[in-house]
Design a protein around this ligand. Structure first.
Ligand code: 4FL
Length: 240
């Protein structure tokens, strides 16, 4: 998987050299290429923005400069995404689908925005990472790269991706490690028992319980077995 990022602030992307994403890049499971939109300014002062027609505060990124940066990386094969609060909110299903792409181009806006004509011309898919305003699309682009890369072959070991609860649509069960007692709190007995089947059952129930208590909205989207539905009914009536 290759990511091309179009940004006025390439230095913001150094976090992607650390940890799992950094290793995935080094080992060539993913390729992250950062392009400075400013390199496509034809102006002797390297200007990339100008005052908005109609007046108002702030600056607008010029259509011609953004378009030339886009042209320098995009092919017919590219999935082009503009990170913007106007987009559909990124969720795990969208992340999984994007991981099937070969080439993703991420356009990051800054200042008061980008000239609408280049957005209309490129017609990128618009994606938001949540209903809040940031200083630019750079952090959202990194969030997308991180979440999508986790599904790329070789980036994670296969067990962790299958075991994780968001792939079942549920929240994670709690984890414990040494010491066995911490401030008088014992690790749940079952986890020390070595009964792998019972442990799996306990974890599944914990995932259901935590999802019901903290994010009941997530349960709406899921197809639950009758046993799972019954377990949740019992939770509601405090019968477990
Ligand atoms: C983009 C916020 C995607 C949330 C300012 C410029 C943003 C954003 N998701 N805020 N881009």
């Amino acid at each position: 998987m290759k990511f091309d990022v179009l940004t006025l602030f390439p230095e913001m992307f150094t976090p992607l050299t650390a940890s799992i994403i950094g290793r995935a890049s080094k080992n060539n499971y993913i390729k992250i290429n950062i392009t400075n939109i400013r390199d496509f300014s034809k102006d002797k002062h390297k200007k990339v923005d100008d005052t908005p027609y109609g007046g108002g505060a702030g600056m607008v990124m010029r259509a011609d400069v953004v378009y030339d940066a886009y042209k320098s990386v995009a092919t017919k094969e590219s999935k082009v995404i503009y990170l913007t609060p106007q987009g559909k909110t990124l969720d795990q299903e969208k992340v999984k689908n994007l991981s099937k792409e070969k080439h993703i181009v991420l356009l990051c806006g800054h200042y008061e925005g980008i000239d609408q004509r280049v957005i209309d011309e490129i017609a990128p898919e618009e994606i938001s990472i949540g209903d809040y305003v940031l200083t630019g699309g750079e952090l959202p682009a990194m969030v997308l790269i991180d979440s999508v890369s986790r599904y790329v072959e070789g980036v994670l070991n296969k067990d962790s991706i299958q075991e994780e609860s968001f792939s079942t649509g549920l929240l994670e069960y709690p984890q414990y490690t040494r010491p066995e007692i911490f401030y008088n709190r014992q690790v749940p007995e079952i986890l020390l028992s070595g009964h792998h089947e019972k442990i799996e059952d306990w974890r599944k129930k914990k995932s259901l319980e935590i999802t019901y208590n903290k994010r009941p909205d997530l349960l709406e989207k899921l197809t639950l077995t009758n046993e799972e539905k019954q377990y949740i009914e019992n939770l509601k009536e405090n019968k477990n």
